[in-house]
Design a protein around this ligand. Structure first.
Ligand code: F6R
Ligand code: MG
Ligand code: MG
Length: 388
């Protein structure tokens, strides 16, 4: 067995057209640049919507400055392609000018794990657009803690002991380990609020080995202003004491509602689709997820297989399309529009400031408008004198 690192690093560095997808030349340039590196054992470049994802294998470990620097430089150079064609939002996820050793906190999304390559090492890399890292909470719970999704939790000796979930509190920048199945109710209390708490890692208790890892950065929190939803990625190892490939894909058969979509401020279905179809267009969405399967052999990425290509997923796509119609009926009303604190775009502070003087006390029972004015609790801008 040999130690291997699987990294998925992604960024949106420009869209064709608007925020819908990327230019093929950006992918070609990425392949050319990553191909020149002698740090990588293997790599695969793909995209979901307007996000470019680098799936890479190497022996440098996680958080390696060389690997992160390679990705940063590549995204910078790919931005030049986006700029050449005046693509939309060129370089939008590269939030600083200078690289400082690690792309975490600088804009790109990162998930990576180091492990001993097993005799056979099947992995699935999920990548989503127009949503947020908390979008993985529900499927990860189903895969690793719900026996209705994952029969192996009940009938595979190596899975019966359950899994540890590492959950991040995005606001406080803290993490907690919760062990399942014993603590599933505690876990659900947190991860049921996916904009605030997100699952970062999952570890097999029987194998004492990493099973899944997700991107967790929140761009809006890094930048202190809206810079696009930080469309997330997720790596899941499968089989031999970990969930089977089919158990890992199963939650996506019934699409769930996630935050994101138009202006990162709406709730909509996460639609499983092929790489080919991962080009959002309806109200910039609905949110998409792709799944690429690889077998890792001495670090080489054998594949990918486009896991949602099978026509069995057509029904899930149809359900997601239907859910999109249902949510859209709500227009600017919650829960289609996200709650005030979850929206990535807002005009609320400006509106509040402009209308501040026009708010007044609700009259007490029997109190007339004239009495309200006399009490000094009426809005200061309206004259109100002739109302009663
Ligand atoms: C959501 C997204 C898009 C944009 C929208 C407005 O993640 O990328 O829905 O938010 O197209 O974009 P701007 O503000 O760039 O005009
Ligand atoms: Mg974009
Ligand atoms: Mg995107």
């Amino acid at each position: 067995m040999s130690r291997i690192t699987l990294s998925c690093i992604k960024a949106d560095v420009g869209g064709l057209v608007g925020h819908g997808e990327v230019h093929p030349e950006m992918l070609e340039r990425s392949r050319e640049l990553l191909g020149e590196s002698d740090l990588l054992i293997d790599f695969h470049v793909t995209r979901v919507g307007d996000d470019i994802n680098f799936v890479m294998t190497h022996r440098e470990g996680v958080d390696d400055p060389g690997i992160h620097g390679l990705c940063w430089d590549t995204f910078k150079k790919v931005t030049l392609v986006a700029q050449k064609y005046k693509l939309y939002g060129a370089g939008q996820d590269l939030l600083v000018d200078a690289f400082s050793g690690n792309v975490r906190g600088l804009g790109p999304g990162v998930c990576e794990m180091e492990f001993d390559e097993r005799p056979s090492e099947p992995v699935i890399v999920f990548m989503a657009d127009k949503t947020e890292p908390g979008a993985w909470n529900l499927p990860l719970y189903k895969i690793f803690a719900d026996p209705f999704n994952t029969p192996g939790l009940v009938i595979d000796n190596k899975m019966h002991a359950g899994f540890d979930f590492i959950v991040h509190d995005l606001k406080k920048n803290e993490q907690i380990k919760l062990s399942c199945p014993e603590e599933i109710y505690d876990l659900l209390m947190f991860i049921g609020a996916p904009h605030a708490y997100v699952i970062k890692d999952i570890v097999s208790r029987e194998l004492d080995d990493i099973a899944a890892t997700a991107t967790t950065t929140k761009l809006s929190m890094i930048a202190g202003r809206y810079v696009g939803k930080d469309d997330p990625s997720l790596i899941v190892r499968c089989q031999s004491g970990l969930p089977a490939v089919g158990e890992v894909l199963e939650p996506f058969a019934t699409p769930h509602l996630v935050g994101g979509w138009m202006r990162g401020s709406h709730c909509g279905p996460l639609m499983p689709c092929t790489v080919e179809d991962a080009r959002p267009s309806r109200l910039d969405g609905p949110p998409r997820v792709i799944a690429l399967g690889f077998q890792i052999a001495e670090g080489k990425l054998i594949g990918p297989r486009d896991m949602f290509q099978d026509s069995v997923w057509d029904k899930a796509r149809e359900m997601a399309r239907e859910m999109a119609y249902i949510m859209r009926r709500q227009g600017p009303f919650e829960p289609h529009r996200l709650s005030l604190e979850e929206m990535e775009y807002t005009t609320m502070p400006q509106i509040m400031k402009r209308l501040a003087e026009r708010w007044e006390a609700i009259p007490e029972p029997g109190e007339t408008a004239r009495e309200l004015i006399a009490s000094g609790r009426a809005a200061s801008t309206g004259d109100g004198g002739d109302i009663d």
